[in-house]
Design a protein around this ligand. Structure first.
Ligand SMILES: Nc1ncnc2c1ncn2[C@@H]1O[C@H](COS(=O)(=O)NC(=O)[C@@H](N)CS)[C@@H](O)[C@H]1O
Ligand SMILES: [Zn+2]
Length: 412
């Protein structure tokens, strides 16, 4: 599936600092020092209700990771998926009485436009679940033969993963079994399904049903893929047995990333699947997580149609720390627009405080688990001084603009 158009990212003098990121598995901040290219798999949209500000905030988070690795001189191998077949998509299409394929294509096209407007560097590979079905079916067969998966004998042809097939199921989310049992049904799990060995066993393959789309699955029989195996297989196919970062919103901490990691590790024998499991906080509205089920969504395309500058949207979303659950408000957007205007005026000033000093501060703040509030504060200090007539460095305004462009993705 094609990705979206990229844009030029200015080269900055010197080299950035190594990025340290919070890893959900180790529950702490650790340096992310890819051996050579940084490899990153980010869980992309299920293509309906796209692109709401929650999707945007998470994609911006991993755009910052990519920018930091590039600034530290590392090439980046970035893969993102589109879950263009799954129950929620079929349910939405049925609710709206439209063809699910048309819905998926339209929403994915809108997502691409929004990503370009927000200046998100495109992934090298943008991969749909549907196009991955042959590979997924192959890997499910491997897990069946390997005894790590089993087929229900209720005639549905459904295949489940046995969570006891990996030694440390639960290491990624650090949840207790009780917590897992509580969350699992809220996020697509079916703990009460009769015939499962363990209520937490995740679905790998759903046998063909009347009225549902299905695809040939070789020895599996016709059906369609489960959710978690989709991401494990796409990542393994394109990035190899282990990745530096597996990313997404924190709603994916469990079961999605736990199960994806377990599937990948059972298939490869390599653990941990990801060096860093990185989870972005939830963007909410009026105190509730912005989510399709709640319908309390603010869309990037709606704001763009209202002539809101995408750079103000981006600034608003990074004004809070990526890991914190935070609320979208009009005040947040107004403050971001004012900051953007102030930065643009400062970048047009004849001089300002040392540009090298500013670059060093922004690099240091972002290297510290993407501390964007700290980085924005450093940029504000520079802009206020430049607007107050500081004359230290006539080259600084140009370097200020390049710094916020290359590292924050904010084009002034
Ligand atoms: N309110 C939110 N705030 C922040 N990130 C969110 C929010 N809602 C969803 N996300 C993130 O945005 C991405 C797309 O979400 S999604 O459309 O629901 N799709 C999925 O979660 C799956 N297709 C991942 S394989 C995921 O990384 C998800 O974690
Ligand atoms: Zn995923």
């Amino acid at each position: 599936m094609e990705s979206w158009a990229g844009h030029e990212v200015p080269r900055l003098p010197g080299k950035g600092e190594p990025l340290a990121l919070y890893d959900s598995a180790r529950q702490g901040v650790h340096p992310s020092e890819p051996a050579d290219a940084g490899s990153m798999y980010v869980c992309g949209i299920t293509p309906y209700d796209a692109t709401h500000l929650g999707h945007a905030a998470t994609m911006i988070t991993f755009d910052l990771v990519q920018r930091m690795w590039r600034d530290a001189g590392r090439p980046v191998r970035y893969v993102q998926n589109v879950t263009d077949i799954d129950d929620p998509l079929l349910e939405r299409a049925a609710r709206d009485g439209e063809d699910w394929v048309v819905l998926a294509m339209r929403e994915t096209a809108l997502f691409r436009e929004d990503m370009e407007a927000l200046r998100i560097i495109p992934p090298e590979h943008y991969v749909g679940a549907v196009e991955s079905i042959p590979d997924i079916a192959d890997k499910v067969e491997v897990l069946l033969k390997d005894g790590a998966a089993y087929r229900l004998d209720d005639g549905t042809g459904d295949v489940y993963f046995d969570i006891s097939a990996t030694p440390r199921f639960g290491y990624e989310s650090n949840l207790t079994r009780e917590q897992m049992l509580e969350i699992f049904p809220e996020r697509g799990g079916d703990p009460d399904r009769p015939g499962k060995r363990d209520p937490l066993d995740p679905l790998l393959w759903r046998g063909a049903r009347e009225g549902e789309p299905s695809w040939p699955g070789g020895e599996l029989g016709a059906g369609r893929p489960g959710w978690h195996i989709e991401c494990a297989v796409i990542a393994l196919n394109l990035l190899g047995d282990r990745v530096d970062v597996q990313g997404g919103g924190n709603d994916l901490l469990f079961p999605h990333h736990e199960a994806s990691a377990a599937h990948a590790e059972r298939l490869t024998g390599q653990a941990p699947f990801a060096e860093h499991y990185v989870h972005a906080g939830m963007i909410g509205l009026d105190g509730e997580k912005m989510s399709k089920s709640r319908g309390n969504l603010v869309f990037v395309s709606r704001l763009r149609a209202d002539k809101v500058d995408p750079m103000a949207i981006r600034l608003a979303l990074i004004s809070g720390h990526y890991r914190s659950d935070r609320t979208w408000t009009d005040a947040l957007l107004t403050a971001a627009q004012e900051r953007l205007d102030r930065w643009r005026r400062a970048a047009a000033a004849p001089a300002g405080p040392s540009g090298a000093e500013l670059l060093a501060q922004v690099r240091a703040r972002l290297a510290d688990d993407l501390d964007t509030p700290g980085a924005l504060a450093a940029a504000d200090r520079w802009a206020d001084a430049a607007l107050a007539g500081a004359t230290d460095d006539p080259e600084a305004p140009a370097l200020f603009a390049k710094t916020v462009d290359a590292l924050l993705g904010i084009r002034l």
